[in-house]
Design a protein around this ligand. Structure first.
Ligand code: FAD
Ligand code: SF4
Ligand code: SF4
Length: 399
């Protein structure tokens, strides 16, 4: 139920932001009509907190009408004027995982795309498994903004009632998903490492208690069931060329006044590690066993010779050997390169969860019982002080 209290000063701010045109000003007081979906957007803009929404007990809600698996489509900038944005790989990973969930439920897999201009994105989304693309094209969606994007998503979810909604655990997804969850009054499981269907519900698995156990989380009394998943965690399916998705164009009433944050200047740090290790094919990582910052620098040389990027364990980052943006693991970046070389890293569970999806792992450690050898395809028991210079020499000779 939605109510407007006597505090209403008739400022009119809530009227243009309602995505459903559900507010009329009657006798200088906001009055909601039957089109209201309780999306909560107007509550955010009211300057005097005059609007309150009382929600039904979760257990009292009828959840049978919620159907479909939705994936939020994240776009990133390309720097190319003709195609300024492209779909981030994490979206395709989520579609790959979402396809399996949708098939098991016998429901549709839908991509949700918010953009100022469509560049034929539905083609790739269809090829990666989407049955439908809910597309909102609007000038106000020219760049990501929490207020604008969350209000559109909340509006779409409220109208179409998906059962499951997945987001990338990226900077954008980690900002958007909690906002949507709190507005809709539903739960959100962050950083899932596995998703499955159990008794018709989404089984969301994630590390808990510092990564020492895996927690399985179900949300039986709220919809949509929402999760974020880090990039490089879900296996990418092979795209089916020519597979088409149905485009469902949705309109959105978006008003500038909803945008409370304005971007005044953008500075892109091209040297930042996070973006580079996330997408690298070769990563050369070091841990505490490298002992000093100077010795750690030798890894830069190996990485350069292999055309890769340097990674680090948290211990190495804490010791100042490398910047935090290069940290691999649970509280760093999750990676899945073709080749992951690690020197002087013990293989703590929090490190392993961030790199175990790598195609080939090569570990060098002086302790033959180091847990890193449990995930390594090739293991060298030895001292990094001897092995690293030999490897540099061999690579230089092109061996
Ligand atoms: P150590 O565990 O100290 O291992 C050093 C290894 O080097 C040893 O195995 C040793 O045998 C070997 N060694 C020493 N000298 C030599 C030598 N001369 N030659 C060859 N080998 C040698 N860690 C991460 O990496 N990433 C994360 O994102 C992360 N997140 C965390 C989140 C939480 C909530 C917590 C509690 C911890 C997290 N950690 C993370 C920390 C993690 O538990 C470990 O402490 C850390 O990974 C250890 O780093 P390390 O392997 O470099 O150091
Ligand atoms: Fe409009 Fe949403 Fe407010 Fe209802 S809750 S009046 S739909 S903005
Ligand atoms: Fe009334 Fe608040 Fe709407 Fe302004 S924003 S008209 S104060 S309910």
């Amino acid at each position: 139920m939605i109510e407007v209290s006597k505090k209403c000063i008739g400022c009119n701010k809530c009227v243009p932001v309602c995505p459903f045109a559900a507010i009329n000003m009657i006798d200088k007081k906001a009055t909601m009509n039957e089109a209201c979906t309780l999306c909560g957007v107007c509550v955010q803009v009211c300057p005097v907190q005059a609007i309150t929404i009382t929600r039904e007990e979760a257990s009292a809600r009828d959840l049978s009408g919620y159907k479909g698996v939705w994936v939020y489509v994240e776009l990133s900038e390309t720097g190319d004027k003709t195609h300024p944005k492209k779909i981030k790989q994490v979206t395709f990973e989520l579609l790959s995982a979402g396809r399996k969930l949708a098939d098991e439920l016998g429901e549709d897999l839908c991509a949700v795309l918010l953009t100022d201009k469509n560049h034929g994105y539905e083609k790739e989304l269809g090829e990666y498994g989407a049955d439908k693309v809910y597309m909102v094209e609007h000038d106000e969606l020219f760049e990501y903004n929490t207020d604008i994007f969350s209000s559109v998503i909340v509006g779409l979810v409220t109208s179409h009632k998906p059962s499951i909604m997945l987001y990338g655990a990226t900077i954008q997804g980690r900002d958007l998903a909690p906002r949507v969850a709190s507005t809709l009054y539903v739960g959100l499981t962050a950083d899932c490492t596995a998703l499955a269907i159990k008794d018709g519900l989404l089984l969301q698995s994630r590390p808990a208690f510092g990564g020492n156990i895996m927690a399985d989380i179900l949300a039986p009394r709220s919809r949509p069931q929402m999760s974020t998943v880090r990039p490089n965690v879900m296996k990418l399916a092979e795209p089916v060329h020519g597979r088409a998705a149905v485009v469902v164009r949705e309109s959105a009433r978006l008003d500038k006044s909803l945008r409370r944050v304005k971007v005044l200047e953008r500075k892109i740090d091209h040297g930042a590690g996070t973006a580079r290790i996330e997408n690298a094919n070769v990563i050369v990582s070091g841990g505490r066993g490298m002992k000093t910052k100077e010795k750690f620098k030798q890894l830069e040389e190996i990485s350069k010779l292999l055309g890769g990027v340097v990674g680090a364990s948290r211990a190495a980052v804490d010791l100042g050997f490398k910047e935090k943006t290069h940290q691999v693991g649970q509280s760093g970046t999750t990676v899945s390169p073709k080749l992951y070389l690690c020197f002087g890293i013990s293989g703590a569970v929090q490190h392993i969860v961030g790199m175990k999806a790598s195609d080939v792992i090569v570990a060098v450690n002086k302790d033959p019982n180091a847990p890193i050898f449990n995930v390594a395809r090739y293991g060298i028991v030895g001292d990094v002080n001897e092995i690293v210079p030999k490897l540099v020499e061999a690579l230089k000779k092109g061996k």
